[in-house]
Ligand binder design. Structure first.
Ligand SMILES: [Zn+2]
Length: 106
């Protein structure tokens, strides 16, 4: 078995699980009920893990996880995404919608 993904966020886990289900990738969840039964920990703090039952699915499954994680951080990605002004050739940061040099829209 191979560990695929771990998160304290049940919603993240659920999102990955439904993707894996859709692709019929076999997996199992560990610690799914950790903390819940005794009430010592809030359910959010119980880290859950997704494990691949069959490692031959790993490439496929890790694409699902990578795609999901990049969706979680769209802002950080676009900040690094510099663009070049077509008017004056100035380099601008991804956060800017207009050229800081000549104010031409991106
Ligand atoms: Zn410009």
């Amino acid at each position: 078995m191979k560990k695929l993904f771990a998160s304290e966020d049940a919603f993240e886990l659920q999102a990955i699980r439904s993707e894996l289900d859709a692709l019929a990738i076999p997996y199992m969840v560990k610690n799914e009920f950790a903390g819940g039964a005794l009430g010592e920990l809030p359910w959010q703090e119980a880290q859950q893990e997704l494990w691949l039952v069959d490692e031959t699915w790993f490439n496929r499954a890790s694409k699902v996880v990578n795609a999901f994680e990049s969706k979680l951080k769209p802002t950080a990605e676009s900040d690094r995404n510099e663009w070049t002004c077509s008017e004056c050739g100035e380099e601008n940061g991804g956060a800017f919608e207009v050229c800081w040099q000549c104010s031409k829209a991106r």
